[in-house]
Write a protein that binds this ligand. Sequence first.
Ligand code: BG6
Length: 482
Amino acid sequence: MPTPFDIVFFGGTGDLVMRKLLPALYQAHAAGTLHSGGRIIGLGRRDLGREGYLKKVEESARPHIPNLETEAWHTFCQRINYLPVDAENAEQFHHLAALLGAEAGQNSRALVIYLSTAPHYFMPICRHLAAAGLNRPATRIVLEKPLGHDLASAQSINTAVAAFFREEQIYRIDHYLGKEPVQNLLALRFANRLFEPLWCAAQIRAVEITIAEELGVEKRGEFYDQTGALRDMLQNHLLQLLCFTAMEPPLSLGDSDVRNAKLNVLRALKPFNAYSVRADVVRGQYNAGQIRGENVCGYREEANVSPQSLTETFIALRAEIDNPRWRGVPFLLRSGKRMAGRLAEIVLHFWPEAHPVFGCGGSPNRISVRLQPQESVKLFLQMKVPGTSLCVHEAALDLDLLKIFPERRADAYERLLLDAIDGKLALFMRSDELEAAWRWLQPVLDDWAARQPEPQPYPAGSHAPEAAIEMAAACGVDWRNR
Ligand code: BG6
């Protein structure tokens, strides 16, 4: 049975709500997974009125919905309401409380309050919510990234929100955790004992985790120029994928067990030292180049980006997890904008055959878990080439998961919003995980702040800056062909 709910969006007229969150809720509505009495309330500074807000939703959210059905859209819009609430205006929070009524946030009806605003509003919003009596047993606060730009700012966000809400009420979102293939990674690892003995340093030579994008910074030049790839992608998405890949079997799939298992990985990351902070990190920035045959400009020519910008649009990092399972195995993480193709993938590279009796051909085994664009799991094996010669060649056991399970996939935000409504925390970051990730990366940020290093250039449409290709090659991984 779907949980009755009210969901409230601070930043209700913003891009994320229009492009992602309302379309995600629409899909859940159309699929029948939302409670029929569930209400959606957009908040913004301006007094748009419900009609004005619905007009904005029609213009800005509807175009982002594939396979929209007019009747379902019509009934979805009936759930939507709007209220002018300024984060700094305490009185308006009482209007919100009045609109929500006494039942919202009580155990029979979840109250999800999504803060899709700049983090400096988190504190006043939480304070005013609590003062208006909206901290109730089933109130859940969803925090959208960026959750800090370094360890100290992440700690202040945690402290500010914790002053008014318990940790079990706080849902720190990382949309990568809502992606179906990321959860499938848990199934691959923990529902197939076949893999357990292989998933360790004795068998695996290197692990590669890539999130590559063809897109540039789009209209977000100003935000991105103060953020860069480490903060935008590595600190959150890449490290979460690393945790799912490397964690020990959790005691259960319950909230605390999964989050404890991830935290243990973050805590076991080998700290940077004065040498590794430079040798194991490559930052790059794209120059002009071509994407799918189209000329695109360099990063410094993008709108609202400083022409002298030192911000990295690419990051590659070699990490090591200092625990018995993984000691000595390089984890190669990379993410970049304007790269050769869109790809999110985890690859485990096995050691070469210890006694290679097939002298001809062959390459070490690999397992690839692809998140996007095409969800798949592939096991690369060596097979004999037909004929009289004793040569082997790579062939893949290829699980095309979209063919095997053609069911509709909930979009990542849809899945996570439903989990927040249902009070499931496993796919959200806990405060200690967030801080552990920042704590590990802080020496890199400090080094960059002190040295202001010039990023390595790479042409738009390429695989990575040369220095990153060399770093991967030293670990036996070729970054030029994927
Ligand atoms: C966001 C980043 O968190 O993730 C964006 O801020 C990035 O810069 C996006 O484009 C990528 O997400 P996805 O789901 O399209 O791979």
